[in-house]
Design a protein around this ligand. Structure first.
Ligand code: ADP
Length: 355
């Protein structure tokens, strides 16, 4: 019997994340071990539309497991979202004899993978986003490195805050999700943390600072998630200074969080997820994303994962919910509650052990 998969493609798409290279390396090495060729597609879905790709040998992925960024480059390709662009991509994939695709990125990337799977090209998604905002997975590749970058930067800010008796409000990435904020707030001993998911008790934070001043605490760190909106952090810094008398600076860490050498956690997660994606394709599976749940690497249906994400984020419309099997919806609501409770627990821990 002729083997179905002779050649697969791999691409990185959307926002870059440390560990994407490690994931590509794992995809390439796993495929080659199974006598399947790998086409490295450059610049995300744009490379598929523009036929910008090359075959990757085992040595093309040498010395990249330790590198940040993505050597395949990435892009946000609007043309791909249109039917004409997608048809062009499918045609180019067929011309290049690509039998299946591994798409590394976030939710947007998975929507593209879903669209192509539905049109007959098997696709498997691998998480690659610093934000950890793929609700169906406990972990996304890049998250740990980004958080370690944040704590390194904030530790430095704390040093200078201590010298000058200052407060620093620090805005961290995460899009609408507060995972980076909540975790780094704990790890940096922040006095306060503001995330979109939980109402921010500004009065309580101001009181905490005023009280801590009385027993001569000199440095204060407040972590703010970018989901709070562009002006929030700066306005909060002004308010803290005005209300507490502590000189307060504002810092937006921005894209520094996206770069750097991936941590062990990200290299291992990327290696496990990349290999699993290839195994799924070789088993004839499609339209799945590779996830990590309680430390176990497995997979979820993309349709399920994207809908669950909307349920978790409170974005699911009544007409979408009506189309779901009530049992499936119930299960999503129950899982979302467990996930949300864990998040709130972390947030509260951070608040309760900081002064
Ligand atoms: P991320 O994957 O990090 O969430 P984006 O949301 O920017 O990043 O998505 C990455 C790319 O995936 C987009 O530039 C586009 O090419 C593709 N994409 C996003 N949404 C869709 C969609 N609804 N249908 C098809 N392709 C999409």
């Amino acid at each position: 019997m002729e083997r179905k998969f002779k050649r697969i493609g791999v691409l990185t798409s959307g926002g870059d994340a440390p560990g994407m290279n490690a994931a590509v390396r794992s995809v390439v090495r796993t495929a080659l071990q199974n006598c399947v060729e790998v086409m490295g597609i450059q610049g995300g879905y744009r490379g598929l539309i523009e036929n910008d790709m090359k075959l990757l040998g085992p040595h093309d992925v040498s010395n990249i497991i330790n590198e940040g960024g993505t050597f395949l480059y990435t892009d946000r390709c609007l043309e791909f979202k249109e039917e004409a662009g997608m048809q062009k991509a499918l045609k180019v994939a067929a011309e290049n004899k690509i039998d299946g695709l591994v798409c590394i990125g976030g939710d947007g990337t998975f929507r593209g993978a879903q669209d192509m799977s539905r049109r007959g090209l098997p696709c498997i998604g691998v998480t690659g986003t610093i934000d950890n905002d793929v609700s169906s997975s406990d972990y996304t590749v890049g998250f740990d490195t980004a958080m370690n970058t944040v704590i390194e930067m904030v530790d430095r800010l704390r040093d200078t805050c201590e010298s000058h008796a200052r407060c620093n409000v620090v805005e961290v990435m995460g899009r609408d999700a507060g995972y980076i904020a909540v975790n780094t707030a704990i790890a940096t001993g922040a006095t306060g943390c503001a995330v979109k998911e939980i109402p921010f008790d500004e009065a309580a934070v101001l009181e905490k600072i005023k009280l801590a001043k009385t027993y001569k605490k000199r440095n204060f760190i407040i972590i703010v998630s970018e989901g709070m909106g562009g002006e929030f952090g700066e306005a909060l810094a002004k308010k803290i200074e005005a209300e507490t008398g502590v000189e307060t600076k504002f810092a937006r860490l921005a894209h520094v969080q996206r770069g750097g050498r991936p941590t062990l956690r990200d290299r291992v997660a990327a290696s496990r997820m990349g290999a699993h994606a290839v195994e799924l394709l070789l088993e004839g599976k499609s339209n799945l994303i590779v996830t990590e749940t309680d430390g176990v690497i497995s997979e979820k249906d993309i349709e399920w994962a994207l809908m669950y994400d909307r349920v978790y984020k409170g974005k699911a419309k009544p007409e979408e919910i009506a189309k779901l099997d009530p049992k499936v919806y119930e299960e999503m609501v129950a899982l979302a509650k467990i996930k949300r409770d864990k998040f709130v627990e972390l947030y509260e821990l951070g608040n309760s052990i900081s002064i």
